[in-house]
Design a protein around this ligand. Structure first.
Ligand code: GRF
Length: 191
């Protein structure tokens, strides 16, 4: 295939969005090569998923480095080694620093389980639920130096049913994420 873009997915945990992206590639809904998984938690479940799909993994432990700049320089070396065009954050629980941001400017995307700018940061679903919001959703956005502050690319939403538990809402949010992240990646990277 000519000119297929290489994506690196960054994760820290369960990796269900990573899996959804891999499935979309396998089903030809996403024309891309998932060339690398980058994790800051070497034992996270996303690594197992990468092994199942024969995706190379770069795992690092931030504690082994004296600064974010130091480990991001190493990440960049890996990204270059795999000729990465785009970075898709999928549950990567760290702010991207200026080193990596400037190197991949405009080519790092994140998914967030709330309708930004509401509920940035961690535990967004629980926070929105406890706040009593009626409309839940997801946001896919470019990454900048802030916490979930980059330019919004796409949002999808649904209305919470009465008596729906937080777990049920969370399940629906993840379904939306798995549907929309590959779709948006397809649009962005192939345009
Ligand atoms: C997702 O809800 C994503 O929006 C958020 O972190 C979660 C990651 O889930 N940034 P998973 O690891 O992809 O299952």
């Amino acid at each position: 295939m000519e000119n297929v873009k290489n994506i690196a997915v960054f994760a820290s945990g369960f990796g269900s969005n990573f899996e959804a992206i891999l499935e979309a590639v396998a089903d030809h809904r996403l024309n891309a090569n998932i060339a690398l998984l980058v994790v800051d938690k070497p034992n996270c479940f996303a690594v197992q998923r990468a092994k199942n799909h024969h995706v190379p993994v770069f795992a690092f432990n931030p504690k082994d480095f004296s600064s974010k700049e130091e480990y991001e320089k190493l990440i960049i070396r890996k990204l270059e080694e795999y000729h990465i065009d785009w970075v898709a954050l999928a549950g990567y629980m760290r702010l991207v620093g200026p080193t990596l941001l400037s190197h991949y400017e405009g080519r790092i995307i994140n998914i967030h389980p709330a309708l930004l700018p509401a509920f940035p940061g961690t535990h967004a679903i629980e926070k929105a639920y406890d706040y009593g919001v009626k409309i839940f959703g997801i946001t896919i956005h470019y990454v900048d130096a802030g916490m979930d502050t980059g330019k919004i690319i796409a949002q999808a939403a649904f209305e919470k049913n009465e008596n729906e538990s937080v777990d049920e809402v969370e399940t629906r949010i993840h379904q939306l994420e798995h549907e929309w992240y590959p779709k948006v990646l397809q649009q962005i990277i192939n345009n």
